[in-house]
Design a protein around this ligand. Structure first.
Ligand SMILES: C[S@@+](CC[C@H](N)C(=O)[O-])C[C@H]1O[C@@H](n2cnc3c(N)ncnc32)[C@H](O)[C@@H]1O
Length: 270
């Protein structure tokens, strides 16, 4: 069952707490670095950025603060309220537009140079929800524009059942695809395999230009003071950057990020 807005707005405190953790910091810092590199390769000048399921806008409001025009579409009013407060704090409200809507029922009013779809796929249903999302991405991204898509990684859900829960039965059930993984919002999520999403992206008219593992090492560090020590963070971040695009490390990360380039219509396959 897809997650409605209440699922997210009723766990805002848990979300705020998550944002203070070293693993959230790693996730946002690595994505920010990758987005900056992507933007450097797109057309010069302020870009039109669309953040689908952008929530409180941690990824995209940073881009608005840097001068880009940002539209955030999300179904959760509480998340969007935080996005507006964040943009006010960063002095860029005039460059941030928030739209409260179910993204699957929303039609873009224009095309965008860069479209973010971060940690939304696991909350959509596997059939029609995913298909509508890819149609939307194809409509929304300008030809020759880029998309950044991220999701939790089902591989890490099997491995964490072993190294964190110490539960081989759970690991086997997750490996067999039977065990539901409940995320921070206490809602069942279905983490798609990166390889499957790559195939869908290609069929939808995109080229995969980069594959990144998010939270490769930080999730394997034993939980304890060393993991939370701010002094240890720079080395953890350097390690994450070193491993993020190297196989086999990227395959076991807690999450993955794909950078996609939208091909002109005539080269679309499938
Ligand atoms: C895990 S949060 C991620 C927020 C943000 N993209 C990030 O990575 O920090 C998932 C967000 O997707 C939104 N969402 C999930 N399904 C949605 C849908 N069908 N329509 C609009 N928003 C949706 C939720 O409201 C929530 O804000």
């Amino acid at each position: 069952m897809p997650a409605d807005s209440e699922v997210f707005d009723s766990h805002l405190e848990a979300w705020d707490e998550y944002l203070t953790t070293p693993w959230a910091r790693i996730r946002y810092d690595v994505v920010a670095h990758v987005l900056d590199e992507t933007i450097a390769g797109l057309c010069p000048g302020p870009l039109r950025v669309l953040d689908l399921g952008g929530g409180d806008g941690v990824d995209s409001i940073r881009l608005a603060a840097a001068g880009h025009e940002v539209t955030i579409v999300d179904q959760a009013p509480g998340m969007l309220e935080r996005a507006r407060a964040n943009s006010a704090r960063r002095g860029c409200t005039d460059r941030v537009r928030t739209i409260e809507s179910d993204i699957l029922g929303w039609r873009p009013d224009r095309t965008y140079d860069l479209v973010l779809c971060h940690f939304v796929l696991p909350y959509l249903d596997k059939g029609e929800g995913q298909r509508r999302m890819w149609r939307l991405l194809h409509q929304a991204v300008e030809p020759d524009g880029a998309a950044s898509v991220t999701s939790t990684n089902p591989v890490s859900e099997v491995l964490s059942a072993v190294h964190r829960d110490g539960d081989a039965e759970l690991a086997l059930r997750r490996f067999d695809g039977q065990a539901a993984y409940a995320g921070m919002f206490h809602h069942e999520i279905h983490s798609p395999r990166r390889e499957d999403v790559e195939q869908t992206a290609v069929a939808a008219g995109f080229e995969v230009t980069r594959r990144i593992g998010l939270r490769v090492a930080v999730d394997l560090l034993p939980d304890g003071p060393a993991k939370h020590d701010p002094g240890a963070y720079p080395a953890i971040l350097r390690l994450e950057f070193a491993l993020a695009e190297e196989k086999p490390y990227l395959d076991i990360a807690r999450a993955w990020q794909l950078l996609l380039h939208r091909l002109p219509a005539q080269t679309r396959s499938g």
